[in-house]
Design a binder for this molecule. Sequence first.
Ligand SMILES: C[S@@+](CC[C@H](N)C(=O)[O-])C[C@H]1O[C@@H](n2cnc3c(N)ncnc32)[C@H](O)[C@@H]1O
Length: 157
Amino acid sequence: MKQQWSVKDESFFGIGVYQPKTEHNIGTLWRSAYVLGASFIFIIDGKYKPQHSDTAKTWSKIPFYRYESFDDFYKALPYSTQLVGVEMNGNSQAIRTFVHPSRGAYLLGAEDNGLPIPILERCHHVIQLPGEGSLNVAVSGSIVIYDRIQKWESKWS
Ligand SMILES: C[S@@+](CC[C@H](N)C(=O)[O-])C[C@H]1O[C@@H](n2cnc3c(N)ncnc32)[C@H](O)[C@@H]1O
């Protein structure tokens, strides 16, 4: 008999940052990502040394990928996985109405410059959090993951 997989079995997500600047922030994001169920984490064109803020030592539990360029990252996206840019932008979709893909890679921008337009143009989706101003990158990533899991969990129950 053909095995029936549940929606939960066929979904996963990863999260990462393009050109990260503040390693302490990134450690905080990795900790949230691991605790909230990320399958992988990544940085693109940046440096990262293990931080005290990542108390879970996330890199020792799930794959931590480091890509030299956005093109390298894009080519290595897992099969059937959609790229979700997270950025305040005139064309971004409000997270409130966003339906998260089964398999997603969430990409945040640098603390100083955010995600450049050419990268936003290559994302399958670009989403925005509510509020007038820009949030901390680790806080933004954590909110996005929370939104994903609470929307997905309501499908599982
Ligand atoms: C500190 S912000 C970068 C702000 C940058 N100075 C700018 O104005 O574009 C760092 C990253 O956090 C995320 N971020 C911050 N606030 C956000 C919001 N309201 N919606 C979506 N992403 C946000 C984005 O990924 C952004 O690139």
